[in-house]
Design a binder for this molecule. Structure first.
Ligand SMILES: *Cc1c(COP(=O)(O)O)cnc(C)c1O
Length: 236
């Protein structure tokens, strides 16, 4: 398999940005309301460099082991890194100071671990709770029923250095367009309910939508889309 060239990456990014803008427009939203997270997991640093040269700032990675050397390499570029994979508690020490966003909080225990790793002067970790809407046992995240109790626990514990910002979800697959929209709408409703029930003005974010389904996700209110293949091509 040959790697895409820097020109390919630039063009792919342009197409994805145009598709995001069109989806936002058709939903009566502004394209600036949707942040594009370029998922660079299992992609070489050269392709990240090409995306940076094309103006991309937000990148997503799923394992700390793979991400840390990349983050180090691009330190001077001041990029914004998002941890989007499942995070085991014993890996929590790799997140603060390296990643600005965590998309996959799923327990109080993990929040406490992360908090202990935060240096006092460090910027708070912008955190999304992952919800499991696919209802398959091999998926991570809190079920819809477990979400409000988890938010309540997190607020009661008042975990320092962790700022709750919204929800992340992975859509069920395979799914029809109608099923995808229904799933994404469910996540939006859950966010709205949490925000209201717990009086959280900053609980605004919805990380949902990947290469195959970011258009319906944006129609249903996604504020962050996590796009890998459509930008970088197939992963190694
Ligand atoms: C890999 C991954 C993505 C990107 O998937 P693509 O289909 O390549 O766009 C998005 N979100 C999560 C959680 C991922 O693990």
């Amino acid at each position: 398999m040959t790697l895409p060239t820097a020109a390919d990456i630039r063009l792919n990014l342009e197409h994805v940005r145009e598709a995001i803008a069109a989806a936002a427009r058709s939903a009566g939203r502004r394209s600036e309301e949707v942040r594009l997270v370029a998922v660079s997991k299992r992609q070489p640093a050269e392709l990240i460099a090409a995306a940076v040269a094309a103006g991309q700032r937000d990148f997503g990675e799923s394992t700390a082991q793979e991400a840390l050397p990349k983050i180090e390499r691009f330190r001077a570029d001041g990029l914004c890194w998002h941890f989007i994979g499942h995070l085991q508690s014993n890996k929590a020490r790799f997140i603060p100071g390296h990643f600005a966003w965590l998309h996959s909080l799923d327990s109080l225990a993990l929040a406490l671990r992360l908090s202990r790793q935060q240096a006092p002067h460090e910027q708070a970790l912008e955190t999304l709770i992952e919800v499991n809407i696919a209802r398959t046992s091999f998926r991570y995240g809190a079920t819809a029923e477990a979400l409000a109790p988890l938010v309540e626990q997190l607020l009661e514990a008042a975990v320092p250095g962790i700022r709750l910002r919204g929800l992340m979800a992975i859509a069920p697959h395979p799914a029809t367009e109608a099923e995808l929209r229904a799933a994404f709408a469910t996540v939006r409703t859950l966010r709205d309910e949490c925000r209201q029930q717990f009086g959280l003005p900053d609980f605004t974010e919805l990380s949902m939508g990947m290469s195959e389904d970011f258009v319906p996700a944006i129609r249903e209110g996604a504020t962050m889309v996590r796009v890998g293949t459509a930008i970088f091509g197939a992963r190694s």
